[in-house]
Each structure stands twice: as C-alpha cells, then as structure tokens.
Design a protein around this ligand. Structure first.
Ligand SMILES: Cc1ncc(C[n+]2csc(CCOP(=O)(O)OP(=O)(O)O)c2C)c(N)n1
Length: 918
C-alpha cells in the first residue's frame, strides 16, 4: 500500500494540498483530512483533564479507532450519505485538537518509531481501520484475537500485496463467476437462477477459504447456503460440471433416479473430492437446502460435528470446517441462526467455529435494511457470541481475499465463529424476471450504471501493469467459448429416458420384512451387570442405588419376579447396540436424566458433582455412547441431529422432545428436511425422534405430539410413524432402526405415565428373540368376539382395565403399533382370525380431528369385511389439543370408555351407510 507511512513531510504536503484544493487530492487522503477538520469543529464533548498523560490519551485514541473505525470505513459499493463523524473518535474527547496535528506524540506501539506527529498517527489509523474494510473485533472478550489481529493489520492495513499469481487467480475467478451468469442470462432468459451479479467476489472468497483452510489443516468443508449464487458455487467451487447445470436448465429436464422427484436446481447439494492449488486433498460438501432460508444452518453444523466425532482425534475440529453463507435479510431476521450459534461452544455440539459469509446485497426481496432490522449491521448477532466481523467492500476483491485469510486463521487458531460481511449489490430484482425499480427506483438507477466487479478489477490490474489487456480479454473469450462448447455438447447429446425409479417407494415386502432383533439372555445379563456396576469411590444418589438394583434384578431374575420396564428396555436397546459396536447418540432437553426421570443415562457423583455414563463402560471395543442435555431449542437442535445422522448413517441418532408438543418449534426441519429429504434429494435418513405423547390431564401443551401431522406428512414410504406400547416393542424398534440396511426417519411417540405403569412391562424372553411387530394382537381376546377395537398407544391400558372391570367377552383389542407404513396384510389376517365380528371401533384418546383416527379410518373402512360397521370413538372435535382441567380430562376419558364399552350392534341402516359396499 502506498501509504506514506513514516513519511511526515509527505503527509504535511498532502495536508497543505488539502487546504488549498481539496478536490485535487486522492479521495482516501481527502477523507482523512475531512475527518480531522470535522473533529476540530466538535464542541461540548467531555474532554480529558489537561493533566492526563499524553501516552494514555493517544493509546485511548488508538483503541477508539480499533473499536469504532468501522463506522467510517468505505465498505459500501453503493453511494451512501456521508456518516456523521462518530463522537467516539473526535479529537476533543482525548484532549487534543487540530492545533496538535503536527506536534509529536507517543505512538504507543502503533508505529515502529516511538513518537510521531499526531496527523501521522491519525493517517495510519484511518488507513487501517477506515479503508475498504471495517472490522469489529474489540471488546469481544477475546484479548488474544485482538492482539493477533493488530499484529496482522496495523503494519499495513488490509492490503498484503498479493503475489501476482494470486491476483491473476482472483481475476480468473471473477471471470468465471460473472461470465457464467451472463451466459445463463443469455441462453436461458427468463429462467430463475438467483444470479450472484453484484456479489461475484463471493467466489474468490470461497476459493480463499478452501485454499487457506487446506493450508491450515482443513481436510473437509461442509457448506450451507441459500439460493443466491448457488449455481455459481456449485460449478466454480465444487466443480459440478457446467454441462450438468445446463442440462438442468433444459425445459424437458427430468431428474435421474438418485435425486428422487427432485428439487429446483438452486436448492441442490453436491459433493466434491478435490485438491487445493497447493496440492492439499480436500472434500467439499454443499448441503441441499429448502427454500426456508437459514434452515440448513444447524444441519451443516450437525454434519460437521459428526465428521469431527468420527475422526476421533484431538485435532478433529481443525480438520473439518463448517461454512455458512447467508443473505443479509435472512441473517438478521431468522431466529434459527441464534439457536444455531448458541451451540458453538457446547461440548456436544460445538464445531470449533464456523466461517460465515454474508452476501450482503443490501436488500431482501424488496425490503430495505431500514425495514428489515433494528440493528446497525445485519451481522450484529455476532456480538452475542463474541465473533469478529469483517465488513468488506465487494468491489475490492483483494481486501476481500485478505479478510478471508484472516477469518480462516482466526477460526483455526481461536476456535470461534467469524463473519465476512461482503457488502455488495444485486444486479436484478429478487430473481431475474423481477422488476426491482417498482420499489427501489433510485437505487436501481445507480445499479444499472454499475461497472461489473470483474471489469473494475481487470482494469485495475491492467493499470498497475500486472496483466495486459489483450491477455485479459482473451481469457474472457476462451472461457465463454468453453461454456458454449459444453452447452453444444449437452444439446447434441441424445436424451436418455429417465429411470423409472422412485426412491421412497420401497415395496411392502421390504417395509414389513422382519429382522431378528432379539439379543441372547446371556449378553443382556452382561450388559446389565456392567451397566449397573457403580464405580468404586463413586457416590450415587440413594434413590438411584435402589433403581440400579431393581434394573439389575429385572435381567438377572429373568421372567420371574421383576419384569422389565420402559427405562430398562430402552437402556438395553442402547446397551446391546453399543455392545455390537454401534455408536449411539441421544440429545434433547434434559435427556441425560430424562424429563420424566426414567432414563438416568448419566449419574452425578453426589460429592464431587462429576458425571458418569455407565453405557460407556460395558466392554472394551464397544460403540461410543453420547448423551447430551441440549440447549432449549427445537429447531436448531433437531436440525443439528438430522445433520449428525446424515453424516453418520450407521449410528443410532436420537433427538428427544421434552414433550412431543414442543416439536412444532422444529416444524421446518420436520416438513422441509426429515419428511421430504429422501424424495427431494435422495437422502437416506436414519434419525429417530422421541416424542412424549399421551393424554394424562396435563393440559393443551403437554399432551399431544400431533400424531395427525406426522401422518399427513406420510407418503412415498418416507417415514416410520410408531406408537409402541410395550418396553419390548421399543427395544426391538430401536434395534431394527440400526439393523435394517435401508434407512428411514423414525418418529416414535413415547410414554409418560406408562413409564411407571405396572401393566406396561415386558419379560426378558420378549427381548431375547423376535422382532418389532407392526400390529399387536390381543393376548387375551374374549371368548366370542363381536367387536374388534383397534387403538394405538397408552389408551390400550385404559381399555384393558375397563374390559377386565366389565368382564366383556365379546371384544378383542388390537394395537396398531406402527401407524405408517401400515401393515394391511397383518390386519387382514386378524380380521380373518376374528371372522364373524360385526363391529370395528377405532378408539383414541385424542380429539376427533387429531390423533391417528382420520388416517386410520380411511384405511380400515376399505379393509373391513362387508357388513361390519365402523365407529370412530374419540374426544370431541376441538381447537385446543387437550383440556386444562384434570377433572374434565377424566370425564372425557370416561366418556370414551363408556362409548367403547357401550358399543351396540349396528342397525342395518348404519351398516349400509358406513361400510364399504361390496
Ligand atoms: C424462512 C423464509 N421466509 C421467507 C422466504 C421468502 N424469501 C425468499 S428470498 C427472500 C429474501 C431474502 O433476502 P436475503 O436474505 O437478503 O437474500 P438475497 O435474496 O438478497 O440474496 C425471502 C423473504 C424464504 N425463502 N424463507
């Protein structure tokens, strides 16, 4: 940088020129002196007492520039009104005035010489902190970052004199970035692509992340981003071929098999195994994302964390780096970012820092920053997590690359998040067919006259003698020709008919194939013994001492005195999978102990408050068990666990809601990722969701996990929706999730009161053989069955209790354990078994418009033999999922039971009206 550092006569000459003819002076110098003059105008600002030491005042002045210099930085490529000179930087504040400009002052380490004229100190501060980069890094409670960054930038500002090869590389990246957009605009006019134009410097930034990251030990990058610039990133960073992108623009394009029914091209993911220019091998994953902005963020973090966990080495966090690319409006508006960042330093979730890049085009669809946020910067969330932020002018690609190098180093050295706020503009409307001048007429008058960044930079390099115009122009021509060649090849390639394959449509034979998931009694005993062995010198809570004894006796005494309860069956499911070498991870609010105190996967030493995880002490060579109390978030934590599971498909990964009712806080993850990921993106998702569900009089927000919603989302065999009613069923279900070679997301409605219901138990024998059953026949049907009651979950226990009270012999009570996919054949077999029954009831505890009833009744009505009437018995239709009063709750349950047990033979009229005609 031609700064004139340490050159007082030069600065004095510039100041004299400024005084006589400000317009004739280089703008950067003009700014320095304008600021000085404006400072001297300041009145009425508290000053330092006159006897305050000079070096203290200067040191405070320097720190003020380090802290607030960004407020004056020239980071906006669009013309903006000159900012008010910040009070924090006014000379008077430091007991100084323009009279002092030429007087020598201590430099306090800013310059190499011990003293310098005040104007030289100020010129340096302006160049470093008020140039094309504004940096926020002071006061973040990261003194080590402050010191390090000052060492990097204070000698030279944000320019490092990049080698000529690197300058040429930036030019080449800008060429590829802008010319690709121009080419697509020309060939596919009117098709949406969410052009990067105005923010093309993103490509040199991402390339620098990969280059610098690889140099600093990163082997794998996990990226998440929205639609803007995605095609550019796919091709120019992940090396997806231009030909593939062109073929996706073809109006007759039909996705190939692995992509399912597919998604729009600007949502797709990609994986690339490549080399940095220095020959470092790197893997780059761009995670597919839905339209829902920022929803992908926690998924990326979960993937990165799982990859780090798998590496199982101390430097794992340095080896895998998450990178999130945001839009400015989304970054400041979407709460999931806060939830995601809240995890950055947590043992079970922190990935060692994320590099964030903001394509800050200063608009969100048609909404201006003034309407989009209350904060000064779109990045102000960074302050909450002490993350440094570099605001950088997109029209200065070299500064952009330099801040990227610094950002990567900060992440690698200090393990924190860091933001690059790429301040840019957007060439078109929200998409290419949108008219931006409806809402931003003046801004777009300016934007339409803007010179592309590529041209600005090319001309800068030419003017500096780094490249010749003819060479630069021939590079452009060559690239355009190569794009044309690829396009011609695509259009001439004969069309192959798409494979008639839809990945979600696994056959019934596959869906209902049973896997032997039992575990030999001897192994279960060993697991229980080791699990229940309290380490020497460990002080267990007295109640847990009893619980552990009971748990051991459940397995040791076998089928005799003590049956197996829910908590033990769950523990044995995890324990047996760990025993077989599978990694098990469970996370959720208060999941270590379990909200209902049934799990106790972590014991706390009562004297020293140190945790102990017995499931990690089963045997040598076992799988690793991780259990974490999550932050109080649903959206980000479920997204995180989904990402983890995607990156670790052979592990048993479970997310638990505190109550199933709260899972709608994560509805975007459920709707946009879990239930649709396979069909849209060909993802094999093995994640398990544990959702406590059940009507026990706890009111509207502690009763329902909204089973009906999961059933509405079910289609194309995308989900397993299960409501297991016995400990053994849970045991086999969790084991099946790992043992089954193909993966589907598993939604499990889990019990609350049943955890302690003496009727809800299993026996050791139930765990030692067999498999999960989608439908459970009645173990004690009546002698002359007339009425078949089908139900799911905890109401079964109310029904059998009532049956035993009423001693009814005309009923069989069948449990639908797996609601989706529904095993019709098994139900038909039971209809045959109870041939002659006249009434079929679907009984549920949820209101009539909720629960599984509406889903089930359509299926059951189709399957029922002719002449059998059908009744749907539930709580009355309701807006709120459950009543608040316990007394009312009991009355409602009594009504359900009396309806079921008062069920009478239907009239001929009812049969004709309500059953399928044959
Ligand atoms: C969660 C969510 N809400 C609303 C939208 C609709 N939407 C699509 S783009 C957009 C504006 C995004 O602005 P910004 O984040 O600045 O990114 P840009 O498009 O400017 O790159 C909106 C509101 C969405 N996709 N996701």
């Amino acid at each position: 940088m031609d700064s004139g550092f340490n050159n007082l006569p030069f600065i004095e000459e510039m100041y004299d020129r400024f005084k006589s003819n400000p317009a004739g002076l280089d703008p950067s110098w003009r700014k320095v002196f304008e600021n000085l003059d404006r400072q001297s105008e300041t009145k009425n600002y508290p000053t330092y007492p006159s006897d305050t030491q000079l070096d203290l005042r200067i040191s405070d002045l320097i720190n003020a520039y380090r802290t607030y210099g960004h407020l004056l930085a020239d980071t906006n490529p669009l013309p903006t009104p000159k900012p008010e000179f910040p009070l924090q930087l006014r000379l008077e504040r430091f007991g100084l005035s323009s009279e002092d400009l030429r007087k020598p002052f201590p430099t306090c380490g800013l310059l190499s010489q011990p003293t310098a004229p005040l104007e030289e100190i100020l010129a340096t501060l302006n160049i470093v902190y008020c140039g094309k980069v504004g940096v926020e890094y002071m006061g973040l409670d990261r003194p080590e970052v402050e010191k390090w960054l000052q060492q990097q930038i204070e000698p030279n500002g944000f320019q490092i004199g990049l080698p000529i090869e690197q300058k040429k590389m930036i030019l080449e990246q800008l060429n590829k970035s802008e010319l690709l957009e121009l080419f697509l605009q020309m060939k596919y006019t009117g098709q949406k692509r969410f052009s990067l134009e105005g923010g093309e410097t993103l490509i040199p930034i991402l390339a620098a992340i990969v280059e610098k990251g690889a140099e600093d030990g990163v082997e794998e990058f996990v990226l998440g981003m929205a639609h803007r610039g995605r095609l550019n990133v796919l091709t120019n960073i992940l090396n997806k071929s231009y030909a593939t992108i062109f073929s996706e623009f073809d109006e007759n394009y039909i996705p190939e098999s692995f992509e399912g029914s597919g998604d729009v091209k600007y949502h797709k993911g990609y994986f690339s195994d490549t080399f940095s220019s220095y020959g470092h091998k790197v893997q780059i994953t761009l995670t597919p994302n839905p339209s829902h902005l920022e929803g992908v963020d926690p998924v990326v973090e979960g993937q990165a964390f799982a990859k780090q966990f798998k590496l199982d080495k101390p430097e794992a966090k340095q080896t895998v780096m998450p990178v999130l690319i945001h839009g400015d409006a989304a970054l400041s508006g979407q709460g999931v970012i806060y939830e995601t960042m809240q995890m950055y330093n947590l043992e079970g979730y922190g990935t060692g820092g994320t590099v964030h890049v903001v394509i800050n085009n200063q608009i969100g669809f048609t909404t201006t920053p003034a309407d989009a946020r209350s904060t000064r910067y779109c990045t102000d969330i960074a302050r909450a997590f002490n993350a440094p932020v570099f605001h950088v002018n997109a029209e200065d690609p070299e500064s952009c690359v330099y801040v990227t190098i610094l950002a990567v180093k900060i992440r690698q050295m200090f393990h924190c998040d860091v933001f690059i706020d790429l301040i840019s503009w957007r060439k078109y409307g929200h998409n290419e067919t949108d008219e931006p001048a409806f809402t931003q007429p003046l801004e777009y008058q300016i934007i339409r006259k803007k010179t592309p960044i590529r041209e600005l930079y090319r001309d800068h390099l030419i003017s500096q003698g780094y490249v010749e115009r003819s060479m630069a122009e021939s590079l452009e021509v060559e690239f355009k020709q190569s794009l044309q060649k690829e396009l011609t090849a695509v259009t001439q390639k004969p069309k192959t008919p798409p494979l008639n394959h839809s990945p979600g449509s696994s056959s019934d034979e596959l869906n209902f194939r049973h896997f032997q998931t039992g575990v030999p009694a001897q192994v279960l005993r060993e697991i229980a013994t080791n699990f229940c062995a309290v380490p020497k010198d460990f002080t267990l809570h007295p109640k847990l001492i009893n619980l552990i004894k009971e748990r051991l006796s459940m397995v040791e005494e076998g089928d005799s005195a003590r049956p197996i309860d829910w908590g033990m069956a769950e523990t044995l499911a995890y324990g047996s999978l760990l025993w077989e070498g599978t990694h098990v991870r469970l996370s959720g609010q208060d999941s270590c102990r379990g909200t209902f105190s049934h799990r106790h996967a972590m014991w706390m030493d009562q004297k020293v408050e140190q945790p102990y995880y017995a499931l990690n002490h089963l045997k040598k060579g076992q799988g690793r068990f991780s259990v974490f109390n999550s932050p109080l978030s649903e959206y980000a934590v479920l997204g995180f666990e989904l990402g983890y599971s995607l990156a670790y498909p052979n592990a048993l990964v479970l997310w638990e809601a505190q109550f199933g009712d709260f899972c709608n806080g994560a509805q975007v993850v459920i709707d946009q990722f879990i239930s649709t990921g396979e069909q849209k993106w060909g993802q094999q998702i093995a994640l398990v969701m544990l959702l406590p569900h059940g009507y026990e009089g706890q009111g509207p927000e502690h009763s329902s996990a909204r089973m009906e919603r999961f059933l509405t989302l079910s289609g194309h065999n995308n989900l397993l929706v299960v409501n297991p009613s016995t400990p053994a069923q849970l045991f086999h279900l969790l084991r099946r999730q790992v043992i089954r070679p193909w993966k589907k997301p598993l939604v499990v409605f889990t019990p609350k009161g049943l955890l302690r219901n003496p009727a809800c138990v299993s026996h050791l024998n139930d765990l030692t053989s067999g498999s999960f059953q989608e439908i459970l026949d009645d173990p004690h049907p009546g002698k002359k069955v007339q009425i078949l009651v089908l139900c799911s979950g905890r109401i079964y226990y109310d029904l059998i209790e009532q049956r035993s009270k009423t001693q009814r012999e005309d009923m069989a009570i069948i449990r639908v354990e797996q609601l989706y996919p529904f095993n019709k054949e098994k139900v038909k077999e039971l209809f045959d078994k109870y041939k002659g029954f006249t009434t079929c009831i679907w009984a549920q505890e949820e209101p009539n418009n909720m629960g599984a009833g509406n889903f089930m009744q359509n299926i059951l009505r189709d399957l029922l033999p002719a002449g059998v009437s059908f009744q749907f018995i539930a709580r009355p239709r309701s807006a709120s999922p459950a009543v608040g009063s316990h007394a009312l709750h009991k009355k409602e349950l009594e009504k359900i039971l009396s309806d079921v047990f008062g069920a009478r033979q239907p009239s001929i009229f009812e049969i004709a009206g309500k059953t399928k005609k044959t």
